[in-house]
Unconditional design. Structure first.
Length: 504
């Protein structure tokens, strides 16, 4: 087997790679696999795709992972939440021979898509089925970007599972893999079908409302108020399960405040981002993205969850609050580019030592944004040029906001605290030096980007069980152990392994 690094020009077809391999092998190719593909655009006059491939003149077998099976009687494992953490936890438990019961407060992903569309059309919010809640979790209506800052050995397994359950094959090898919202929903439905086929359970419209502990050990869960005996409970409830956090805190679960980031969504024309990143030939290349950080202000400002050719999506899960996020379909062919542009929030901003003070801080910004835009889940918008000089906006330029519930002009100061707005101003100007046109007068700022990560952490030990409660496993983003689809899925797998290990 030979490992090679090969390059292709943007106009060359991927099929040319096999020919290049044959040249190097001096023999016909029988085994060929792309391991990685990324775009090298550092030199705008010499943009190229760089591939890492393995090839051989023999038929090679890709080794399949082997999972240890449990030997003891089947434990009753409940997973609260069918987001990436809960779903990948369920898959890994099944691989070890444990059939979990997944409980999800929201609806199946197909029904949920209808609820999300109805909210965008009518402004009537279903607090248990929306962009944050329902099968697939917060990630289901996302761009499905599967890049991660973590270098977890589990990343390979997760990407392979995405492809196995219906994501495009390139997700397995692209440097910046992206599933797209439509494909992501298909993957989620396929994972559910697999869980059911393998003897697991998935219950929708079923919320974890309480749990029972005797002698420091979990004995039962309460689902929509009804008691069921349990050996283990995985808390994969996501960062927006504010009512669940209150129940857990009330039961004495050890929880602490966690800092996060907050700000706005910024929208530009996708063509402007393409020209700035790739130069004149941008149209022949994939829609350009960016990732920016500025340390010019007192607080760091950074872009996050950049969605090329995407839209800003209304992401509220609580009545009377406006929340933004971003998504795109697989083609990324929308007119605008959007990204979260956020500032580090510090504990001192919360104004209290209460473990859930960060939730109250988020809620305050979300309600202020709702009020600033005049209700109906319209979002407040301001042009970058006006924001930078402290003026109100009255008309749009070339960039039109994509937020589907409609917008109203209102200054960023109406919903973000001064420490955040000041840093945001300095950060935007600094970023303009790194990406031409970032501070374009008519770029649009839409608020408020408040749910970037969890405002709490539920403490757990090295065995991944909640501090002082055997059998309860805080997991994923909501409990403070992940920040994105990949890291949430990886944490789900880690928790599954910790549970299974007890029964090997
Ligand atoms: C619009 C949008 C776009 C995003 N884009 C990306 C992206 O491109 N790439 C990326 O990496 N990340 C993205 N994210 C973030 C990503 O979706 C989250 O980091 C990830 O989903 C967290 O996974 P999780 O399983 O920990 O929690 P979640 O996905 O939040 O899942 C938690 C689940 O628990 C359920 N639940 C809550 N309380 C209870 C209860 N008491 N009982 C039963 N069920 C309960 C919820 O309904 C939900 O389905 C995006 C988020 C949003 C909102």
């Amino acid at each position: 087997m030979m490992k090679l690094t090969l390059t292709l020009r943007p106009y060359e077809k991927q099929a040319a790679l096999r020919k290049l391999c044959e040249k190097r092998l001096h023999a016909p190719v029988r085994y060929f696999r792309i391991l990685k593909k990324s775009l090298d655009a550092r030199d705008k006059s010499d943009i190229k795709w760089v591939y890492s491939v393995e090839c051989s003149s023999r038929n090679e077998e890709i080794p399949k992972p082997v999972y240890t099976q449990i030997v003891a009687p089947m434990p009753k494992v409940y997973i609260a939440g069918a987001g990436p953490a809960g779903l990948f936890c369920a898959l890994r438990l099944l691989f070890h021979g444990i059939r979990p019961i997944v409980v999800e407060r929201g609806r199946p992903v197909e029904r949920r898509a209808e609820d999300v569309a109805a909210f965008q059309r009518t402004g009537v919010l279903d607090p248990s089925s929306n962009v944050q809640f329902g099968e697939g979790g917060a990630g289901a209506f996302s761009d499905g970007k599967l890049n991660t800052q973590t270098n977890s050995p589990l990343n390979r397994e997760i990407l392979d599972l995405f492809v196995r359950f219906g994501a495009p094959e390139e997700v397995g090898y692209l440097g910046k893999p992206h599933v797209g919202s439509s494909n992501l929903r298909k993957v989620v439905a396929n994972i559910r079908a697999y869980i059911l086929e393998q003897g697991g359970e998935v219950r929708f419209g079923t919320a974890l409302t309480d749990y029972e502990v005797k002698n420091g050990k979990l004995t039962a869960v309460f689902l929509n108020g009804v008691r069921e005996e349990a050996d283990a409970l995985v808390l994969a409830v996501g960062h927006s399960a504010r009512d669940t956090f209150e129940v857990l805190l009330g039961k004495g679960m050890r929880m602490e405040q966690k800092e996060f980031a907050a700000g706005v969504r910024i929208e530009h024309l996708q063509a402007a981002i393409g020209k700035a990143q790739y130069g004149a030939g941008y149209a022949a290349l994939p829609p350009a993205d960016y990732k920016l950080v500025s340390h010019a202000a007192e607080r760091s400002v950074f872009s996050f969850c950049m969605c090329p050719g995407g839209v800003v999506i209304p992401s509220a899960s609580e009545e009377g609050g406006v929340v933004t996020n971003g998504m795109s379909e697989f083609a990324r062919d929308g007119v605008n580019a959007n990204a979260a542009l956020v500032v580090q929030v510090k504990r001192e901003d919360f104004g209290s030592d209460h473990p859930l003070a960060g939730v109250a801080f988020q809620r305050k910004m979300e309600r202020a944004a709702f009020a600033a835009a005049g209700g109906g889940y319209r979002a407040p918008v301001q042009l970058v040029g006006d924001f930078l000089v402290g003026k109100e906006s009255y008309y749009f330029g070339e960039v039109r906001p994509t937020y589907a519930r409609g917008t109203a002009f209102a200054p960023v100061e109406a919903y973000l605290p001064p420490a955040l707005t000041e840093s945001l101003r300095t950060g935007i100007l600094d970023m303009n030096g790194k990406l031409e046109g970032f501070a374009a007068y008519d770029a649009v700022l839409t608020g408020v980007e408040s749910r970037t990560s969890s405002p709490v952490r539920i403490l757990r030990g090295d065995d991944l069980q909640a501090a002082g409660i055997a059998g309860v496993y805080p997991c994923g983003e909501g409990c403070g152990y992940a920040g994105g689809i990949m890291s949430a899925a990886a944490d789900g797998i880690r928790v599954a392994y910790a549970i299974a290990q007890k029964y090997f």
